[in-house]
Design a protein around this ligand. Sequence first.
Ligand SMILES: [Zn+2]
Length: 459
Amino acid sequence: MAQERSSFGIKSKRVCLPTGIASATVVVKDGKITAIARYDQSDLGCPVIDAGDSVVMPGLVDSHVHVNEPGRTEWEGFETATKSAAAGGVTTIADMPLNSNPVTTTLEYLDEKLASARERLWVDCAFWGGVVPGNAKQLEAMIDRGVVGFKCFLIHSGIDDFPNVTESDLNEAMPILARRGVPLLVHAELESGDGGHDHHWGDDHGCYKSFLKSRPRLWENNAIELMVRLCRQYKGKVHIVHLSSSDALPLISSAKQEGLQFTVETCPHYLIFSAEEIPDADPRFKCAPPIREKENRERLWSAVKDGTVDIIVSDHSPCLPELKFLAEGDLKKAWGGISSLQFRLPAIWTEASKRGFRVEDLVTWMCLRPAEFLGLDSRKGRLAPGYDADIVIWDPERAFNIESSIIHHRHKVTPYEGRNLHGAVKTSFVRGQKVFDNGSLSERPLGELLLGKRVEIRQ
Ligand SMILES: [Zn+2]
């Protein structure tokens, strides 16, 4: 695939500019957007790609991806994850500190992570560190090396080498993160008061209702209540990952109104599927917290609309197919995690367009705000002069079937398989370099490590 390294333009009748959709030409030079020219401007002095009436949009930013390399590369890996990102119009991802091995909880382990990512990136990649019991002394050094923030769990994470924290661990970590201005990402489920995990399972381990009951909304609500309190106490940035329980929305909304730096994400699976429609014994739909009822889904959409939910990210969390126990249909034993990195754009567009949302809304949820969340908003997430030329060209009206032959994830297991979605990605550019075009990927890895430089000190 030819690489446009130097100067070129992309013109279309539908370019997503910060001011709205317009006919325009995006002018790119040396990886940056240098100008937004008229659609019919002829004196640019560089070749112009005519995208017709395809949408030309900022590349998507996905701040919640489990790449699992090093150590669990058989689950996913930087090459396969970033190729599937490129094929899905995602030009920036941020890697979670688990389920790699080692997990990213010390400076040494972070360096192993960075070494494993080099030369294997088809899109740009930022990195989260992890807060676990006893690693508070590691956090500053990891920030200095460039992590964009930290993730923690309030419940067992699914792997033993990333233990969950308690409030006293957070009392150590949160002042450091607040002082350095980096967010704390929280898996918000707090086992409380109803007998725990195993209480609700009968003999039928395929029963989706049992699984749903085993991780109740109450756990999420209690965890979020705790985090609002700690956010108020330490005045740092707190971010709730993969919100499922809509019962917690009033709490989140009042934290925002109070002026706390409290942000929230949800994921396509919570906005598209519903517990009533999920067949029993199909662990492809298992994730934690679980996908809840239709009524819950509708309330999540309202929260996306009114901004209580800030961003939509994939939480791409694959595993070996055998760990999904698909043949047995065992929801209790199966790994909880859904693969969707490649399909966030069409999945959300298909559902959002039915609900009257516009392409511009997608830019807000999946480009602009995630870039801001990662501290990358001065260079990513919008088509404007001075920004990285991270661009996706796609057709909102074109429908396609998700078949395993088009899936670039290492493993093809996903609840989206077989679905017909609208919104086909044609071309993705990362800093002006074509990484995906009409079904084929660039031969070379052209992505970069994005190491944050957040050194702001309060007071
Ligand atoms: Zn996750």
